[in-house]
Ligand binder design. Structure first.
Ligand code: LMR
Length: 393
């Protein structure tokens, strides 16, 4: 009965890792998936995470019972700060950023009057799929300007201004994926004013908090601007990158409402979305996060380790930029040091990317995005050679 099922293509991001794993070359480098690697090219488990896990293991009162549908209450409370102080937020623990986006989208498709969501062009490849499958209709707004390799702020404002009243707008809270280009605080304020005046509903994707500036508070500024005006918003948070908890699938969806009684009803409906989907979320990752967030000393240790990851990425930007300059590679590569977060949107085209993979065993997404977190001082010269060869051939 399944004889007619056709072979599906690999995922454009996770499929890069599949191809990388099959390559026997000793010089291969995986710059596809946005996952942090050490200077030695190894995945990193934060020391603070190890400490938290130790505390959890030693606590014999802990059991493996089901969590409530909404997840670990303390994790939700600590993740939702600061809107929770006004009690007008419904926060549910979800399966990392993707799961939070999906639950939020399913809720909107059922309970919100406007089904259109505007996503930036370009955006993370999974966004359109998540929203379409949840029943929303996806449109784009201009975001990136390939000529300046920066923000097309005018285009963004025009497109949001032309969108229907009440439309949902997906915003990357910081460290935009894949471009590494963020609005300034002043630009965020203009976006906020426009969106509020048109009653556009913000849906923030916060997957890289801490990776833009190295500071958790600074990276939350965009979301907090919208929380502070008392209006509604959704925020999908992931702890995959900033706590290195990728495979634990730990994240949160917050729906900020105008009043506490509304938030209570929204939470009751979120439970109806989650229960038939996966019943309730896993306990371990959320317990790690709650252990760290509730303890001042562990929290401080986390911020230091997070800053170290962000700083290593910045140093890779400088190394790569200098390596291209010293090779005399044609073009202006200053965007490598100007862009922020985990990624550089190189401007290399699909054909150049295919060449670099074929000839240099450099694995990256076909849109020219490279994960700076996957580079090390050992692999930068190889990447610079590959880019040089690709643009001069
Ligand atoms: C990425 O963009 O590389 C990450 O968000 C990982 C993923 O799931 O795609």
């Amino acid at each position: 009965v399944f004889g007619n099922v056709v072979q599906a293509p690999e995922d454009p991001i996770l499929g890069v890792t599949v191809a990388y794993n099959k390559d026997p070359s000793p010089v291969k480098v995986n710059l596809g998936v946005g996952a942090y690697r050490t200077e030695e090219g190894k995945p990193l488990v934060l020391n603070v995470v190890r400490r938290a896990e130790q505390l959890l293991v030693n606590d014999l009162s802990r059991v493996k019972e089901y969590l409530p549908i909404t997840g670990l209450a303390e994790f939700n409370k600590l993740s939702a700060n600061p809107a929770i102080q006004e009690n007008r937020v419904a926060t549910v623990q979800c399966l990392s950023g993707t799961g939070s986006l999906r639950v939020g989208a399913e809720f909107l498709a059922k309970h919100y009057h406007e089904r259109t969501i505007y996503i930036p062009l370009p955006t993370w490849g999974n966004h359109p799929k998540v929203f379409t499958l949840a029943g929303l209709s996806v449109k784009t707004y201009r975001y990136y300007d390939p000529t300046t390799r920066g923000l097309n702020f005018q285009g963004l404002l025009e497109d949001l201004n032309a969108s229907p009243t009440g439309a949902i707008v997906l915003l990357h809270a910081c460290a935009h994926n894949p471009t590494g280009v963020d609005p300034t605080v002043e630009q965020w304020e203009q976006i906020r004013q426009l969106m509020r005046s048109k009653e556009l509903l913000p849906f923030f994707d916060s997957a890289y908090q801490g990776f833009a500036s190295g500071n958790l508070d600074a990276d939350a500024q965009s979301v907090r601007l919208f929380v502070a005006d008392g209006g509604e918003l959704l925020a999908a948070q992931s702890y995959a990158k900033n706590m290195g908890l990728y495979g634990e699938r730990v994240g949160a969806l917050s729906i900020v409402c105008r009043a506490a009684d509304v938030a209570g009803r929204v939470e009751s409906q979120l439970k109806l979305v989650i229960r038939p989907m996966y019943s309730n979320p896993p306990i371990h990752g959320a317990s790690i996060v709650a252990t760290i967030l509730r303890d001042r000393e562990l929290y401080n240790e986390w911020t230091v380790e997070l800053k170290a990851m962000a700083d290593r990425i910045i140093s890779m930007r400088h190394l790569l930029y200098d390596a291209l300059r010293s090779r005399g590679t044609p073009g202006d590569w200053s965007h490598i040091i100007k862009q922020i977060g985990m990624f550089t949107f190189t401007g290399l085209n699909t054909e150049q990317v295919a060449f670099m993979t074929r000839e240099y065993h450099i694995y990256m997404t076909s849109d020219g995005r490279i994960s700076m977190a996957g580079l090390s001082s050992r692999t930068v010269p190889h990447l610079a050679d590959a880019i040089h060869a690709a643009v001069t051939r």
